[in-house]
Write a protein that binds this ligand. Structure first.
Ligand SMILES: NC(=O)c1ccc[n+]([C@@H]2O[C@H](COP(=O)([O-])OP(=O)(O)OC[C@H]3O[C@@H](n4cnc5c(N)ncnc54)[C@H](OP(=O)(O)O)[C@@H]3O)[C@@H](O)[C@H]2O)c1
Length: 267
């Protein structure tokens, strides 16, 4: 019997983690979402007695502390695995190269703000809020969902020069992971960054510009992975991520690991 808490479980990869974990009735699944009353979350929870939706905004320390208290009340103060998956970006500046970033203090801070507050500050607040539960858990695993876009060999090989605030925030997350792993190893806690692959989490029909952007990225990614056909589905990504989480040990703690279980295969 294991317990899992997933932030950003309202959609995409986070919801798929909750779905696959909920399929085992022996698991207790805590879906941390900003809006637990949403129709999709309410119907998911009512169809699965082992899933609990908990309100939590990772960019608000008070909110995430309250989420950890609510989780403790459900599990009796323990948690086996924390998956910090939440992320937000400023889509308007996602395509900018570093030379195109605004020469303006407020404007540049605002492009970095969303991925920093969800990925780094949110990752730290979520980890610290749930740590007392993890200390009481059996598996003692903390997973931060990061990306292979932070691998500088990959950036150099593919020429992916855009998505600067997103990649910088996730690279910072990788360092935060290593720091937590170093601090928490004596307590038997493993902390890892996990890249889920290139995953199609678009909801509904893709507009033409999103299709075009994907085709452009595919060509760049194929320089690193010539056989790459395109994005994978959340089912495949999360199935592989859960195998990596199951196998997580102190050798991989502190590193960024791919859904394939190594430190180089990002697709
Ligand atoms: N998709 C990919 O190809 C890919 C590749 C590499 C890494 N990743 C990483 O994988 C993770 C999931 O990606 P995805 O594609 O599933 O993303 P997504 O569809 O955009 O979902 C993001 C999730 O984060 C939540 N979120 C945003 N701001 C939040 C906040 N302040 N507090 C709590 N939750 C918040 C969203 O909740 P709301 O519904 O409330 O907005 C949503 O559930 C992210 O960390 C992403 O960077 C994805």
């Amino acid at each position: 019997m294991s317990s899992y808490a997933i932030t950003g479980a309202s959609k995409g990869i986070g919801l798929e983690f909750a779905r696959q974990l909920a399929a085992n009735p022996a698991n207790t699944v805590l879906a941390i979402v900003r809006n637990p009353e949403s129709r999709d979350i309410s119907s998911f929870v009512s169809a699965h007695p082992n899933v609990h939706a908990i309100k939590g905004d990772v960019t608000d320390p008070k909110s995430i502390l309250e989420a950890a208290s609510a989780a403790a009340a459900i599990t009796g103060g323990t948690l086996d695995v924390l998956i910090h998956n939440s992320n937000a970006v400023d889509m308007a500046t996602m395509a900018l190269n570093p030379t195109q970033l605004p020469f303006d203090a407020e404007a540049i801070q605002s492009t970095f703000n969303l991925p920093f507050s969800t990925g780094i500050y949110g990752g730290i607040w979520t980890t610290n809020a749930f740590l007392p539960l993890i200390e009481n858990g059996t598996q003692k695993k903390i997973v931060h969902i990061s990306t292979g876009m932070t691998d500088v060999d990959f950036i150099k090989k593919t020429g992916v020069s855009y998505a600067v605030p997103y990649s910088v925030a996730k690279a910072g997350m990788n360092v935060v992971v290593a720091k937590y792993a170093a601090e928490l190893a004596p307590k038997g806690i493993k902390v890892v960054g996990l890249s889920p692959g290139w995953v199609d989490t678009w909801e509904g029909e893709k507009p033409a510009e999103a299709v075009q952007a994907n085709e452009f990225m595919l060509k760049q990614f194929q320089v690193a992975e010539p056989g790459l056909k395109g994005q994978i589905q959340p089912e495949e990504s999360v199935g592989k991520c859960l195998q990596v989480i199951d196998r997580l040990d102190f050798e991989s703690s502190g590193f960024l690991i791919s859904h394939n279980g190594d430190r180089t295969s990002w697709f």
